[in-house]
Design a protein around this ligand. Structure first.
Ligand SMILES: Cc1ncc(C[n+]2csc(CCOP(=O)(O)OP(=O)(O)O)c2C)c(N)n1
Ligand SMILES: [Mg+2]
Length: 318
C-alpha cells in the first residue's frame, strides 16, 4: 500500500516537473494517477486538486491540495506514523504549504457557501445540524465542520427532500437545551414546511435556515453540466415568501440578501429564544457545487471545476 501511494506521487511529480510546457490533458492524466494511487492505497484523507488555475498561472509543481484539516488528520492516523509522515512530506513537497481547498467567490451576490461558512464560525459547529437533499446539503457538508457524534443528520444515498426540518424537530425534542439548525433547500422545505405548526405549538427553539436559490438547484446543476443547460422542471418561480409564511404561523423570521448582513442575522437567530425562527437566505440562483462525481462514475473521475468540454450523460440519477 505504501509503495503504491508513493509510486503514484513520484510518477506524478516527475510529470509535473516540466509543467510549464504541459497541456491540461497531460496534467489531468498525471492527476488521475495520483488519485488512483490514493484510492488503491485506501488512504482516508481528502485530496483536492486546483490544477486548472495553477496550470494557467504556470506555477510549477504545486498541484495537489489537501483540505486544511487534513494536516491534522494525517498526523492523527498513527500507528503507521512513518507512512503518514512519508505521505505528508510527499504532499508538502508537491503542494507547498497546505491551505484550504474550499473557496468561493466573495463578490457577485450572496452565496450559500458564505452563509454556511459563517453559520459554522458563529456557533453552528457546536449545534445539531440537519439538512435536506441538494446543493445546500453538499455545501453544508463542506463548510459546516461539526465533528461531534450525532450532530449531523442528513439524508444521504437515495436522499429524501423534506427530511431536514422534521429531523430537526425530532432532534430538538430529544435535546431541548441544544441549538438545532435545519439547513434546507427552498424546494425541500416546501415538502414538509407544514411542520412549522408543530414547531410553533411546542415552542421548540429550532432554527430553520432556508437556502433559497429559486431552483431545484442540484437538478439544475446536472441539467447545466450534462444536458447542455436544457432546463426542465427546475425553476421554483412559484416559491412563497418564506418570511411571510413563517409570520403566518406566528414564527419570527429574517431575510438576508447581502453578504454584509449575514453575521447580524445569524447572530440574531442564534440569540432568539422565544420558540422557532426562520432565516431565509436569498442566494445567487445559478451556482454549482464542486467537487462533484457524476452518477455512475468513480472517485477518480471527480470534477473539480466547471468543465470546459461537453460532459457525457450520467448513467445514474441524483
Ligand atoms: C422526495 C425527493 N424528490 C426528488 C428528489 C431528487 N432531488 C434531489 S436534489 C433535488 C433538488 C433539491 O432542490 P432544493 O431543495 O431547492 O435544494 P438545492 O439543490 O436548490 O439546494 C431533487 C429534486 C429527492 N432527492 N427527493
Ligand atoms: Mg433550491
Amino acid at each position: 500500500m505504501f509503495e503504491t501511494l508513493t509510486k503514484g506521487f513520484r510518477t506524478a511529480k516527475q510529470k509535473f516537473q516540466g509543467l510549464a510546457e504541459l497541456d491540461e490533458a497531460t496534467v489531468d492524466d498525471a492527476l488521475k494517477e495520483v488519485r488512483t494511487a490514493l484510492l488503491e492505497a485506501d488512504v482516508g484523507f481528502d485530496v483536492v486538486q486546483d490544477f486548472c488555475k495553477r496550470v494557467r498561472e504556470k506555477a510549477v509543481g504545486v498541484i495537489v491540495k489537501v483540505r486544511a484539516s487534513s494536516k491534522e488528520k494525517v498526523r492523527r492516523v498513527s500507528p503507521e506514523d512513518h507512512f503518514v509522515k512519508l505521505c505528508h512530506d510527499e504532499l508538502v513537497e508537491l503542494m507547498g504549504p497546505v491551505d484550504s481547498s474550499l473557496k468561493y467567490a466573495k463578490k457577485g451576490g450572496l452565496r450559500a457557501q458564505h452563509v454556511l461558512d459563517r453559520l459554522d464560525e458563529l456557533g453552528g459547529r457546536d449545534a445539531i445540524l440537519t439538512t435536506d437533499v441538494g446543493q445546500h446539503q453538499m455545501w453544508a457538508a463542506q463548510f459546516c465542520r461539526t465533528t461531534k457524534n450525532r450532530h449531523w443528520l442528513s439524508s444521504g444515498g437515495a436522499g429524501t427532500m423534506g427530511y431536514g426540518f422534521p429531523a430537526a424537530i425530532g432532534a430538538q425534542f430529544a435535546n431541548p437545551k441544544k441549538a438545532v439548525w435545519a439547513i434546507v433547500g427552498d424546494g425541500g422545505f416546501q415538502m414538509t414546511m407544514a411542520e412549522l405548526a408543530t414547531a410553533a405549538i411546542h415552542k421548540l427553539p429550532v432554527k430553520v435556515l432556508i437556502i433559497n436559490n429559486s431552483y431545484l438547484g442540484m437538478v439544475r446543476q446536472w441539467q447545466e453540466l450534462f444536458f447542455d443547460n436544457r432546463l426542465s422542471g427546475v425553476d421554483l418561480e412559484g416559491n412563497p415568501d418564506f418570511v411571510k409564511l413563517a409570520g403566518a404561523y406566528g414564527i419570527k423570521a429574517w431575510r438576508v440578501k447581502r453578504p454584509a448582513e449575514v453575521d447580524r442575522v445569524l447572530k440574531a437567530a442564534m440569540d432568539w429564544n422565544e420558540g422557532p425562527c426562520v432565516v431565509e437566505a436569498e442566494v445567487i440562483k445559478e451556482d454549482n457545487v464542486f467537487p462533484m462525481i457524476p452518477a455512475g462514475a468513480a472517485l477518480r473521475d471527480m470534477i473539480i471545476d466547471r468543465p470546459k468540454h461537453k460532459m457525457e450523460k450520467p448513467t445514474g440519477s441524483t
